[in-house]
Design a protein around this ligand. Structure first.
Ligand code: FES
Length: 571
């Protein structure tokens, strides 16, 4: 690519007053004049924040990227975008995913960048940045922050999925509050994001299987020196990508999305994968539907033995060969010729990888579990679909009929779940309404509702649970999520009453409310929305424009992209 065709030269290559202004104010940072003379400008989009602990090491990571950019003859410029910390943000980080994507999109387009490095880590920071960047479609590469080292507590490995086990143990009196406090520091003992195959790790695998990162990016632990190496190599590579004009749309093809779905099934990835991949596809203009997830992942067994579907953690996954080894194991199921940011095909990225530990990464012939990672359910209770993860569910509940115990919202759930008079037993089906995109708003991760104390005390560890919300990628259980249409939009979920029979049949992919159609119609005619409505600001905009879960819960006006052109020029 010649100097003239660099996008950044429309700023830094100008003469006269405009060029003076563009360069002079940059020079206050001590940048020599030669940097502005035709070098590819690489934006490093940083979600560093001390309020996003999973991404708190990103300043260091950005320095490694810069070294690579400079070595390859580029000019790196780091910039912040809204950071979404899963643990601290209220009411839920998901409410702000679309806002962060808008920040990313507009920050990239408005500034003199030729290529972009996205620094992503905690759950929502990956999809929001990829969505925003996809709507601009410059050459873009993702560097993930990497998982934490595996937690160690009382001589055993622990990770985020143990939060639910510990919480239930405290509630049932098997663990003291003091022991719980000790476990906090034992779980999060290094920089990085959650250590199981939760949403953050799923997102890191998603970008690698889509071809948006260099091979091995998904699993290198944050604390491993090789994390800095891949950051530096990515910095080098993005400069070459600018010269090759290798844009996101060249990588994000339908085949790339299909590979990501196949890989997600094999790793037992988070249910959040569905909602984020749909949103990314919507931005880049690749047709993708909820039904594709079930159809494409059918017959793909679980070959990664990672929590919450299995036993190990991301650190083990990396030492066992990481995602390239898993993809080599999946070879016969994958598309092979997809172009990736490495400039090579996806097959080239994984074909020399080897599996070093078959207890962590298995083979297609001898998988850990036959069930695929995700199924899509249909029925009168979820006309536009619902998702569940059989690999993290109880096999005996995959075909089940039980009476509904209904909670109108999350506050109702918290106030009554441990009420000793609640008529709940091992066959009950817990139903939680108004935790969808519009109803909460923001679709929080509350779908894996805690079980009632009295059932825990009786040794019962799972129930069928249904909601229009989401579940943490580290959660587990027979949990049906993303029911669409949601209760707040008048879906049948809103009409379920205590004692109604509900039938789940995962093999038949069905979820039915066993109430006569006439009765459902009668209830619908009397139904009135009861969710809170924001009176101003971003949350009002969100409630007015967010799409349903089966469409990716993006804003309706954000689908597609506007490219990298700046339409007006005030100078
Ligand atoms: Fe950030 Fe789990 S809280 S990845």
């Amino acid at each position: 690519m010649s100097e003239k065709t660099l996008r950044s030269q429309d700023w830094f290559g100008r003469s006269g007053k405009d060029g003076f202004i563009y360069r002079a104010w940059m020079k206050n940072q001590g940048i020599p004049d030669e940097e502005f003379r035709g070098k590819p400008v690489i934006g490093i989009c940083n979600t560093w924040s001390e309020l996003t602990p999973c991404n708190a090491h990103f300043r260091e990571l950005a320095e490694s990227v810069k070294k690579g950019v400079i070595a390859a003859g580029g000019f790196p410029l780091e910039f912040p975008v809204m950071s979404l910390g899963e643990t601290l943000m209220k009411p839920t980080a998901m409410l702000y995913r679309n806002l962060a994507s808008m920040d990313t999109e507009e920050s990239i387009r408005a500034n003199p960048m030729d290529g972009v490095v996205l620094l992503c880590g905690c759950d929502k920071t990956t999809p929001s940045l990829v969505m925003g960047a996809a709507s601009v479609d410059l050459p873009t590469i993702v560097v993930s922050g990497g998982p934490m080292l595996t937690g160690k507590y009382e001589g055993r490995d622990i990770g985020t999925s143990d939060i639910w086990r510990f919480s239930d143990a405290v509630r049932s009196g098997q663990m003291s509050q003091q022991e719980l406090t000790v476990a906090e520091a034992c779980m999060c003992r290094s920089q990085g994001h959650c250590a199981p195959m939760g949403t953050a790790s799923t997102m890191a695998c998603m970008v690698e299987s889509l071809g948006l990162s260099l091979p091995e990016n998904a699993a290198i632990p944050a604390a491993d020196s090789r994390r800095k190496v891949i950051a530096q190599l990515s910095g080098k590579r993005i400069v070459e990508m600018v010269k090759e004009d290798l844009r996101m749309s060249h990588v994000l093809t339908r085949k790339a999305f299909e590979n990501a779905i196949i890989v997600n099934a094999a790793i037992g990835g988070s249910t959040n994968f569905v909602i984020h991949l749909l949103a990314i596809a919507g931005r880049i203009g690749v047709p993708l539907e909820l039904a594709d997830f079930d159809r494409i992942s059918a017959g793909i067994p679980l070959i990664a033995n990672l929590q919450p579907s299995g036993k190990h953690f991301m650190e083990d996954f990396y030492y066992a060969g990481g995602l390239p080894a898993l993809m080599s194991s999946l070879h016969e199921k994958l598309h092979h010729d997809n172009l990736t940011v490495s400039g090579k095909s996806i097959k080239h990225n994984y074909e020399s990888a080897r599996i070093w530990n078959k207890d962590v990464i298995a083979t297609l012939d001898e998988p850990f579990k036959k069930e695929t990672g995700l199924v899509v359910l249909r029925g009168n209770l979820c006309a536009d679909g619902a998702v569940m993860k059989p690999s993290a569910a109880s096999p005996e509940l995959l075909k089940h009929k039980g009476k509904a115990i209904v909670f109108e919202n999350i506050e109702d759930f918290h106030s009554r779940i441990d009420d000793p008079t609640l008529p709940v037993d091992k066959d009950s089906v817990l139903v939680l309404k108004n935790v969808g995109p519009v109803g909460y708003p923001g679709m929080p991760e509350v779908g894996n509702m805690s079980l009632p104390k009295k059932l825990l005390a009786a040794g019962i560890t799972d129930l069928v649970r249904i909601s229009d919300g989401r579940m943490s990628g580290t959660g587990f259980g027979t949990v049906i999520l993303h029911v669409s249409p949601e209760a707040a939009r008048g879906g049948t979920l809103a009409l379920v009453e205590n004692g109604d029979l509900i039938s789940l049949d995962v093999d038949a992919r069905s979820l039915e409310l066993l109430v006569p159609d006439m009765e459902i119609a009668s209830r619908r005619s009397r139904w009135m929305a009861s969710h809170p409505l924001a009176s101003r600001g971003y949350v009002q905009l969100y409630q007015q424009h967010v799409t349903q879960a089966h469409e990716g819960a993006d804003m309706d006006f954000l689908r597609g992209g506007s490219g990298d052109k700046v339409t007006r020029d005030s100078h």
